[in-house]
Design a protein around this ligand. Structure first.
Ligand SMILES: *Cc1c(COP(=O)(O)O)cnc(C)c1O
Length: 421
């Protein structure tokens, strides 16, 4: 029995499924990680992996980047939390305001779940409307208004988790991504407080917006007085320095961020137009609060990551490297006659087995999960740590150097050869 298996035996008795978040579980048992450096992680048995999961998105500068560690350490020496405003918070607010088109005013929070929950509450509070719209396949954290899926054959919401009230779920309607007609049908039918959407779907693999789609969404929400919230928890400071909204030139009314802006610590934000954000407590009547909100260590580390990314053409370089890797994977699949496709934007990509193209949540769900599980196992055995669940994004970082990329290419090619030898 190896060390991970032994530790898992104990953790699964103490914690449900032995993990702190369900996506981390896999069969026969998850690996316990002892350390990370750059693009690599080492498990408790001393095995090293090139990491393509990267903690599901926060680590765009890699594990333990010296500058990020130094910024956090410097702040920690002065204390870790004050329950009062601090300069690192202000520095992060300033930076977000400068880079993100929709960020006239910003409120810091702790997690993406919390940021999206507060943003939805704000939209409801401002509009006085109850109903909201999300995308099929969109993910907005683990809170009740978001843990909702479409009922069979309709846009009406039903709980996607036990414990979510049917009474809550029925206020969340589901549209198909990249299909403006499906959103228009809902907005014409009822008064919608907000449309909350990932501008690039990132929790069913990776699905980019079709040309003009986000502009159509912007026009439609404006027409109906619905607040448009871009959930940029993944894409904030990932799709570009100003998120997907800057990349595609479409400015929402509100935006949520987490992951990268926390610098590998717990950190998040929701932001938007001044006349909307002024409604948040204590300035306005919509309540939002958090003991660790705007934590100075998270803010210092997040800011350090943003600084690194915004210099030396780092976004462009990282995108080039990612698109080359994704291209190699795509070509290699095609050469072996393996059906499927590879989607990529900026420093993210996703491999789907089966469908020729994936442009929405329904197509993404049709991908072959058994093939993914086989690939995951093969990659692990060949020193590559993919996100363990199918339909997650592969994340690159500036620490993925040429040597790592050629090892990744070799591993993917090896798997395709094994499948179709
Ligand atoms: C990860 C994620 C969240 C939830 O963020 P947490 O920090 O895990 O609570 C919300 N929205 C999107 C798009 C995400 O990818």
């Amino acid at each position: 029995m190896d060390a991970s298996e032994k530790l898992y035996g104990e953790s699964s008795k103490l914690s449900p499924g032995g993990v702190s978040s369900p996506v981390r579980a896999f069969k026969p048992h998850p690996l316990f990680i002892r350390g990370g450096s750059g693009c690599r992680m080492t498990d408790v048995d001393g095995r090293e992996y090139i990491d393509l999961c990267m903690a599901y998105g926060p680590l765009i500068t890699g594990h333990a980047h010296p500058e990020v560690m130094e910024a956090a350490r410097r702040q920690m020496e002065r204390g870790t939390v004050y329950g009062a405003p601090s300069e690192p918070e202000l520095a992060l607010l300033r930076r977000i305001h400068e880079e993100v088109p929709s960020a006239e005013m910003v409120r810091l929070a702790v997690s993406g779940t919390e940021a999206t929950m507060h943003a939805i509450r704000t939209a409801r509070g401002v509009t006085g409307r109850d109903d909201i719209v999300k995308m099929n396949g969109g993910f907005h954290g683990a809170h009740d208004s978001a843990l909702v899926k479409a009922g069979s054959g309709s846009a009406d919401g039903v709980p996607s988790s036990k414990g979510v009230l049917a009474d809550t779920a029925r206020h969340t309607f589901t549209a198909e991504y990249n299909d403006i007609g499906s959103m228009a049908a809902i907005l014409e039918d009822r008064d919608i407080a907000c449309v909350i959407m990932e501008p690039i779907l990132g929790n069913v693999g990776l699905v980019p917006p079709a040309d003009g789609y986000l502009r159509d969404v912007r026009r439609l929400t404006e027409k109906h007085g619905a607040i448009l919230i871009f959930d940029e928890v993944i894409t904030g400071f990932r799709a570009s320095s100003g998120g997907a909204q800057k990349r595609y030139g479409v400015t929402p009314d509100m935006t949520t961020m987490a992951k990268i802006i926390g610098g590998g610590f717990a950190g998040a934000a929701f932001m938007g137009r001044k006349d909307i954000m002024e409604n948040v407590a204590p300035q306005g009547p919509v309540y939002a609060a958090g003991t660790l909100a705007g934590n100075p260590v998270s803010a210092a580390a997040g800011l350090a990551q943003i600084d690194i990314m915004c210099r030396d053409d780092n976004y462009a370089k990282l995108e080039r490297r990612t698109s080359e890797l994704a291209g190699t994977i795509r070509d290699s699949m095609r050469d072996r006659g393996i059906p499927g496709c590879v989607n990529t934007v900026a420093s993210m990509f996703a491999v789907y087995f089966g469908p020729e193209e994936v442009t929405n949540g329904t197509q993404a769900e049709s991908a072959d999960r058994d093939m993914f599980a086989r690939m995951f196992r093969y990659m692990l055995d060949h020193g590559v740590y993919l996100p363990p669940s199918a339909l997650e994004v592969d994340f690159m970082s500036v620490a993925h150097d040429e040597e790592a990329v050629s090892k990744l290419e070799e591993a993917f090619k090896g798997f395709f050869a094994e499948v179709k030898g």
